[in-house]
Ligand binder design. Structure first.
Ligand code: C2O
Ligand code: CU
Ligand code: CU
Length: 499
């Protein structure tokens, strides 16, 4: 599927077929790796959280050593735990020989501590932001946001998870034992060369961005996790550079989505499969009390050609029609009856979400994401590579010296986004928003929570309402951008202030 295929066609289209590439080659190892669980740092203890950005060597598959980047570890970073109405002190140190900016994705913090590209740490430099956490419980993340190098640095490992807790979430009967029945799940795809090195090139990326061939979960290929035979919460993060996944389980079991990017949904939404765009998070609860293993599938949406109607809700149909052996799970959860299980029923109510009234919406802004063939005749063919394409928002390529929008603090606005070509995951810093329309249709129930990512397409507007409660100055503005990192690095990004 090229990016030009509209996602509405994808959801409601005709003949179903699966790209041959959907079936991954069998992995040659006999014993699957255990799911790596990043260590967790309690950011509420008052001690600053030390985060050392460094080079590393990591085995994505047993016996193969890959040069990587990481934060305090060889690949990815620790999970940082913080709490609403507390202060989070971070102490970054850049030990690399190149500049790095690290952004807290999903955090409602002022521009001066947001970690956008203006806040790049030179080699050897430190950065010590103090973040006042004033938002509901959520699964957020931190990752490289270095100007022009975000894709490459995230690909090599500069990303980690942030968990925000609050009193409401604490009061609910949800699985919450980190690494036991509450698992961080960072989904990415990577391509390796014959020597096991990561392969990445911004200029060789296709117009859809850089796709890896192999799915890795927390940096492991096809790992296994032993979990209690009860309810298990997965904090899913699509940490891929460009890949949209269809996520579900190999036996098509129903699971419950309980949270979107910015916090808990009002009530759990049952699903059997869902789409996850790059940068998106969600929390789901899957029930393993039947004792059967649960294989998590992360299908490549771009390799599912024109799928049958309702496919996003019917994984079995999707797998059946391929007529091919089922894809290998990216992660297998094995129920262990020896572990203490969380068996309480899911709460019927999770959170209250206050939506603005129409008369509170102070203004509307439109954002058009465009990909157009550039003039540099020496460039690549626009259909095979995007090096020659201009990636813009509202006709402008990202320029660190230009403020594209000025927003008033504390006022609701409606933002409308679409593209001239294909699907893009649009992200806004410094806020969570509420989606009203996705590609011209009302937001589905599992997207009616706080979000900081919305998928848009070329056939209709996606719309959300948003309010910014923290300042962002000309010197330290916020960003809005496409979260396909190769689009972002090529300029599909803008800057805005809040005052
Ligand atoms: Cu996840 Cu501006 O980034
Ligand atoms: Cu962000
Ligand atoms: Cu894009």
């Amino acid at each position: 599927m090229s990016i030009a295929l509209s996602r509405r066609q994808f959801v409601a289209g005709g003949v179903a077929s699966l790209g041959a590439g959907l079936i991954r080659p069998a992995w040659s190892q006999s014993t699957p790796a255990a799911l790596p669980i990043p260590s967790i740092i309690d950011g509420t203890s008052g001690e600053p959280v030390e985060l050392r950005i460094r080079t590393g060597t990591w085995s994505f598959r047993p016996g193969v050593r890959t040069p990587t980047l990481g934060i305090n570890q060889d690949y990815l970073g620790p999970t940082i735990r913080t709490r609403r109405n507390s202060e989070l002190n971070l102490r970054y140190e850049n030990t690399l020989s190149e500049g790095v900016a690290i952004h807290g994705h999903g955090l409602h913090v002022p521009g001066e501590v947001d970690g956008g590209p203006q806040l790049e740490m030179a080699p050897g430099e430190r950065w010590q932001p103090t973040l006042s956490i004033a938002q509901p419980a959520a699964t957020c993340w931190y990752h490289s946001h270095t100007h022009g190098k975000t894709g490459q640095q995230v690909y090599r490992g500069l990303a980690g998870m942030i968990i925000i807790d609050d009193g409401n979430a604490d009061s609910l009967e949800l699985p919450r034992r980190y690494g036991v029945d509450d698992l961080p799940i960072i989904i990415q795809d990577r391509t390796f060369d014959a020597r096991g090195r990561l392969v990445y090139s911004l200029t060789d990326a296709g117009e859809d961005g850089w796709f890896g061939e192999t799915v890795v979960i927390n940096g492991a290929v096809g790992p296994v996790a032993k979990v209690p035979a009860g309810k298990v919460r997965l904090r899913l993060l699509n940490g891929a550079n460009a890949r949209f996944y269809i996520v579900g389980f190999a036996d098509n079991r129903t699971f419950h989505k309980i949270a979107t990017d910015g916090g808990l949904l009002e009530s759990p939404v049952p699903v059997t499969a869902m789409e996850m765009a790059p940068g998106e998070r969600c929390e789901v609860v899957v029930d393993l009390s039947d004792g059967r293993p649960a294989g998590l599938l992360t299908l490549f949406e771009d390799e599912v050609d024109e799928a049958e109607e309702g496919i996003v809700n019917n994984l079995t149909k999707l797998l059946d029609i391929s007529g091919a052996p089922p894809p290998r799970p990216s992660l297998t959860l094995i129920a262990d009856r020896g572990l203490k299980a969380h068996t309480a029923p899911l709460p019927a109510m999770l959170a209250t979400i206050d939506r603005p009234n129409e008369n509170e919406i102070a203004r509307t802004r439109d954002f058009m994401l465009t990909m157009e063939d550039g003039d540099d005749s020496g460039g690549q063919d626009a259909h095979t590579g995007h090096a020659a394409m201009d990636m813009m928002i509202n006709g402008a390529v990202m320029d660190m010296n230009v403020i594209n929008e000025r927003v008033k603090r504390g006022r609701w606005e409606r933002w409308r986004v679409r593209s001239n070509l294909g699907a893009h995951p649009f992200h806004v810093h410094g806020c969570s928003f509420l989606i009203e329309q996705m590609e011209g249709a009302a937001a589905p129930p599992d997207q009616r929570g706080w979000k900081d990512m919305v998928v848009l397409d070329d056939d209709d507007w996606s719309e959300f309402v948003v309010r910014f409660d923290h300042p962002a100055t000309d010197q330290h503005p916020y960003m809005y951008h496409c979260h396909i990192l190769e689009h972002e690095d090529r300029g599909m990004m803008g800057q805005f202030t809040v005052s």
